[in-house]
Design a protein around this ligand. Structure first.
Ligand SMILES: *Cc1c(COP(=O)(O)O)cnc(C)c1O
Length: 354
């Protein structure tokens, strides 16, 4: 670090992304991407659009907002779009938190919440999940803070009921509750249907997990038109052209191609059921997942050992060296063939350890 870095960042601990190897050597089950390529309609749209890269993209992202609005039965002014849901989250921290209004989030959840809290020098209340890793709704009542909850949660895959979320909303009338629905398409119920009743609800979604576009970097938020206007104010004060032309047309076409989307999501859910059954058969304890990953552990072999041995065998999964979850591994649902290879490799590893 240089001597010029502002001292307020002295103890800033940046987010650690999962490994992104450039070669094709690994079966990649570590960062919850979709294992299938983008829809052919996306590829065609990119092909046309690339000749226009000399021109700035549409800063209002009208086409994309309209496609999302049509898909969800909302209006375009209920929709905010940004460069990945990470940017949506960052702009939400900017807009809805300050030195008087800190943040609250679970101790085991998406790693970026604590990073953004530190980046924006906010006071954080970190609320432990229950022993079974579930969120206790009452812990979030009337905290006077902006609340961030991933539903389904990561890396556990567990989800909260709409009833529980509604209670959190009712008991935080003066604060924003951000529900991060990165994985909602794989299970769980969306809070979108609560939007017209709760003006303090902001729903955050992404094209990275269920819409085959992690590399395109597009995320979005859904909320009242006033909340969306607040986020637009942040964006136009920070980076008005935050989504590039190729990503704009990609996300627009991905949202319209509901047939391809349904097909990919349903294959992933089927493969998830297959993986859970296989792992349970091998004596793993698997947490019920509403997401495109599973979180599991096995007595007698540590999460780290499994991670390292799988990596030596060309399979990348995720292990978090963190209190309460270091025994666990997180496995992204890949294609059926990838998951069959994974199971075979895990069987060999377990036999060796015995
Ligand atoms: C992956 C993920 C994100 C970030 O998604 P991008 O749109 O790729 O930035 C946000 N929240 C959760 C819970 C995630 O798992």
């Amino acid at each position: 670090m240089s001597k010029y870095l502002s001292p307020r960042f002295d103890s800033l601990d940046a987010y650690t992304p999962g490994e992104q190897p450039r070669d094709q050597k690994y079966i990649k089950l570590n960062t919850n991407e979709c294992p299938y390529p983008p829809s052919s309609k996306v590829i065609e749209a990119i092909d046309k659009e690339k000749n226009l890269l000399n021109l700035y993209p549409d800063p209002t992202a009208k086409c994309l907002k309209t496609a999302i609005a049509d898909n969800l039965g909302l209006n375009a002014d209920n929709i905010f779009v940004a460069n990945g849901s990470d940017e949506v989250l960052a702009l939400s921290f900017m807009a809805f938190c300050d030195k008087d209004t800190g943040v609250a989030y679970p101790d085991i959840s998406y790693g970026f919440y604590s990073v953004y809290a530190d980046l924006f020098t906010l006071d954080s209340k970190v609320i432990p999940l229950k022993d079974d890793f579930s969120v206790c709704p009452n812990d979030y009542f009337n905290l006077g803070r902006t609340i961030f909850i991933a539903n389904p949660n990561a890396p556990t895959g567990l989800c909260l009921s709409l009833y529980d979320i509604e209670n959190i909303l009712i008991n935080n009338k003066n604060n924003i509750v951000v529900i991060d629905e990165a994985y909602v398409d794989f299970g769980g119920e969306s809070t979108v249907k609560l939007l017209d009743r709760y003006e303090n609800l902001l729903v955050v979604r992404t094209f990275s997990k269920s819409r085959n576009l992690a590399g395109g970097r597009v995320g979005f938020a859904l909320g009242s038109k006033e909340l969306i206007a607040d986020l637009e104010l942040m964006k136009f004060s920070f980076n008005p052209y935050n989504i590039n032309r190729l990503s704009l047309v990609s996300a627009t076409e991905a949202m319209k191609d509901t047939v391809y989307f349904d097909d990919c999501v349903s294959k992933i859910k089927d493969t998830r059921t297959f993986l859970v059954n296989e792992l349970e058969g091998l004596g793993f304890n698997v947490i019920p997942s509403c997401a495109n990953f599973i979180f599991a552990k096995k007595d007698g072999i540590s999460g780290e050992e499994l991670y390292l041995k799988l990596k030596n065998n060309g399979i990348l999964i995720r292990h978090f060296n963190k209190d309460r979850i270091s025994d666990y591994i997180r496995i992204t649902i890949g294609t059926k063939d990838e998951i069959i290879s994974l199971i075979d490799t895990i069987k060999t590893i377990i036999d060796e350890v015995k």
